[in-house]
Structure formats: structure tokens, C-alpha cells
Design a binder for this molecule. Sequence first.
Ligand SMILES: Cc1cc2nc3c(=O)[nH]c(=O)nc-3n(C[C@H](O)[C@H](O)[C@H](O)COP(=O)(O)OP(=O)(O)OC[C@H]3O[C@@H](n4cnc5c(N)ncnc54)[C@H](O)[C@@H]3O)c2cc1C
Length: 374
Amino acid sequence: MKFDSVIVGGGLSGMVAGIALQKAGQSTAIISTGQNALHFFSGTFESLLSPDKRIQTLFSEAGVRLHYSPGVRLTPMGTFREAALSLEDIDLFPTPQFARKVLIVNFLGYHDFFSSFLADGLEKQGMQCRVRFLNLPELEKLEQSPSEMRSVQIARTMDRIWEKVVQEIRVLLKDEDAVVLPQVFGLQDFSVPTRIRQGIPARVIFAGTLPPSVPGIRTQILLKRRYQLLGGSYLMGDEVTRAHIHDGVVHSVVTKNLEQHYIEASHFILATGGYFSKGLVANPFQVYEPVFGLDVDFKEDRNEWYNPAFAQDQPYMHFGVKTDASLRALKDGRPLENLYAVGSVLGQTRPEFGSAAGQAILTALAAADKILGL
Ligand SMILES: Cc1cc2nc3c(=O)[nH]c(=O)nc-3n(C[C@H](O)[C@H](O)[C@H](O)COP(=O)(O)OP(=O)(O)OC[C@H]3O[C@@H](n4cnc5c(N)ncnc54)[C@H](O)[C@@H]3O)c2cc1C
């Protein structure tokens, strides 16, 4: 199998790189073991603090609508966090006081949405809150097994019965000017959040639940679909185990499922994520990159990995694969000619690209541009 470019890892950075390269006419493959950070996504793209036409276009062509509005977003715990760019159905407010009176609606038996924390948090901001539970017979079957009563399973049901939910909320609504609902809408029918907003005569805010994140999974589905529509090959559920490297050039990679085959390419992109996705691995002695054995920037003294103030910035989150100015990954102190590292696998080694989702997108686009010679 031979491609122009092979991308190892199919999270946000891998998919953005894949879309950009396919759109420019390359033949590419994304190989990805599975779950990625989008499954835990809040819906806001951290560190992207100004509008960027190229990013907006890439996402909107995939059907992912974004909005840019610097301010704060509501967290699942009822606190507020700074944000500027988010998915269209995730509200950004200029200040935390987004309403006078708020109705928080949950579903009986659903424990992954923290309605009382939300009420406490909003009341601290001077908003009056009422929490109500809808008793929906359609969810009874899910309730029989606690593992079924999760956001994604509920979202599948909600895509069918959202109109009934709207009617019940209209009956509950008194003089509240805002309604807060769990983010369990629009998993397969992407128009549902907008239609709910149109159906309720108050501002509707969708607040986060415990993972998996429905807006994150929707984003993953749409980006993957766009990549495949552009002709990309997405090899899901496979893991790149090793690479063939000669004279500073990567020739091919080998996967668990295709052990007998060499997957060759002119260019490779490493988009395997951080510790969470096993793009970086830590043992008691070192932090290492497991596929290509790349150089990793980390502190030799393990005592310097952690900040004892638990909630503060943690040094280990800054460790990551070393690269040159063009994002080419270093091995034994020298850049590999055709391997670029993007996204969370970089840790905070390249702060000029920001952090979190901002870093994932900007580094992916920068690597794609290098490959295309732009
Ligand atoms: C739990 C969590 C929540 C986050 N929430 C937010 C948020 O709300 N907003 C925000 O801005 N940022 C968030 N971030 C930061 C996040 O890291 C970035 O936003 C971004 O999504 C990272 O994308 P990525 O593609 O670099 O890595 P990932 O999303 O981690 O994707 C890496 C992929 O590579 C695959 N992979 C790993 N090794 C191999 C291999 N050997 N072969 C094949 N595939 C492999 C993994 O299975 C995974 O699918 C969050 C991070 C985490 C860990």
C-alpha cells in the first residue's frame, strides 16, 4: 500500500491534516486506534483567540458550524471559563450573568448531568434557578441498566423525541428567560439543537455532561465523513506499531492488523496525541514516544515532573516530541526528513502554536502546508 501521506492518529489534528492534504489532491490514509480527545470535548477550541477564515471554512465544509464570540462558557460544574471559538450550539457569553431566571431541565434517572452543581454555580452569579426532571417513558428501557443511561444512548433517543421534550419544557416554563439542558441533542440529526432553540420561548443553553461528549462525537463523525468524501482512507481500530527508517527518512509503517504489509508514503504525520491517547508514554524513568522512538523533551529528574499544587500548571503536560522549526520530528538529535509531529504529542514544546485544540488545528495545518510546499 502506498500513499502520498500517511497520518498516524485520527483525532482532531490527524483529521484536520488529512482533510487539508486530501483537499489539495493528495492520496492519504489515517490509521487510528480509536477513541480520541474529541470524545471528551467541551465544544470550545481553547487558545484560538481570533477568528481565522481558513479554519472556519475547513470546518464549515465538513458541516461543523463554529461561532466566534470572545467571552466565557458554562462548564458542567456551573463555573465559567474563558473561550472565544466554539461549536455553534455551545453558547459563549460576554459575562457569566446570561439571564435573570433559569430553568434547568434534566431527565429522571440520568446522573451524568450535574443539575444541582449548575444551579449552585448560577445562583452564585446572581441568577435564580429552578431544577426540574422530565419523566420520559422512552428512557425507561435505558434506565434498566445504569451503563445504558449515558449521554450517547440518551442522545440517540432524543434525536427521535426532541419535539416531545420541547412541548414538556414549554409547559414547565414560567417566567424564566433561559433554559439549561444537557448536551444530549443532535448526535445524528445535526439540526436538532437549532430546532429546540426555535421551539422554546427562552434562551436555550446546552451544558456539558460526563463523557462521552455528544458535540465532540458529532464533530468527529462530521470531520471523518468529510475526509472520506474527499477520498481519504480512514483505517479505524488499527495501531501503528513500528516504522522503517533509513538515513533519516521514514519509508513505511507497520500496523497490528496488517503486520505483513508495509504502508509506504512520501510523508508521514505523527498525530497520536498525548499521554491520554498513548502518543506519549511515561514510565518511572522517562517519557517516550512509542512508535518512531523520537526525541522527547522532558526533565531527567522525576521530582520535577509534578507541581505539588495539584490544580496548578503541571510540568509533565509541557513534555513532548521535539521538532525543528518546520515541525519535523527529531530522532537522535536530527530531524527526520519526512515525519511531522502535530497536536498533543508535542506537549507544550511549540508554544507559538497555542495549546489544546488550537494547537492541534494550527500544527496540523502547518504540517500540511510544509508537505504541500506552500
Ligand atoms: C480528556 C481531554 C479533554 C479535552 N478537552 C478539550 C476541550 O474541550 N477543548 C480543547 O480545546 N482541548 C481539549 N483537550 C485538548 C486536546 O488534547 C486537543 O483539543 C485535541 O483534541 C488533541 O487532538 P490530537 O489529535 O492531537 O490527539 P488525540 O485527540 O488524543 O488523538 C490521537 C489519536 O491517535 C490515536 N493513536 C495513538 N497512538 C496510535 C498508534 N500507535 N497508531 C494509531 N493510532 C494511534 C489515538 O487512539 C487517538 O485516536 C482535551 C484533552 C483531553 C485529554
